[in-house]
Design a protein around this ligand. Sequence first.
Ligand SMILES: [Fe+2]
Length: 245
Amino acid sequence: MPKSGSVEVHHPAAQRHDPIEELFEDVFWVHGSMRVGPGMRINRNMVVLRDGNDLTLISPVRLNQEGEAALNALGTVKHVVRIGPAHGYDDRYYVEHYGAEFWRHRIGGRYLIPKVTKELAGGVKLPVKGTELFAFEETKFPEFAILVERDGGLLITCDSLQNWVNRRHCSLLARIVIPFIGIKLNTGISPIWKKAMTREGGSLRPDFERLLELEFDHLIAAHGALCRGSAKERVREAVDRAFDG
Ligand SMILES: [Fe+2]
């Protein structure tokens, strides 16, 4: 049960989202959205991992009343994990409302609250059994991915790799703008993310080559939708396209 119901007024309200959906056993997602500017609404996703009765939220998205009731029916929110520095808008809500542990790199990124209680770094063991943390090492700011080691392997990313299949939960303006910033309907490395994360004279290719050594068939990111099957081949193509082109 939530630890407090009195703090909700201090947190951003839920934004438009779909119901929670199970992708694999004990792996759920919410396809939601976020208003990022006047007339600009884009999709964003939360992944929920269940281990026993404990829930771990990755890239949290606040839910409406019905959605939160469905989340509570799945288990107890125990952990909130931030794997990309540009996401975190709803982290504070979950951490304060549920008294959850908050996992992130010591460098907070865009959102400096809430305070970290479990530092993420390469080699850190995550609170969900059968998962592995992948740390990008060449990026300007801390970015991670999570591998769920079953069902052929599910790779969970934030902004680095995205898999767009449609423009659902994107406003008309966003639908016009997004293709122009290089986000196509495919599996790809976000050009904006790549530019922002690459150090002068550096390359992120070694990180992606290391990522490709992981065993995974599926991919889900903080934007887009699930890539079910053949994800590794698609990521291989995305990496070649991003760094050979
Ligand atoms: Fe993002």
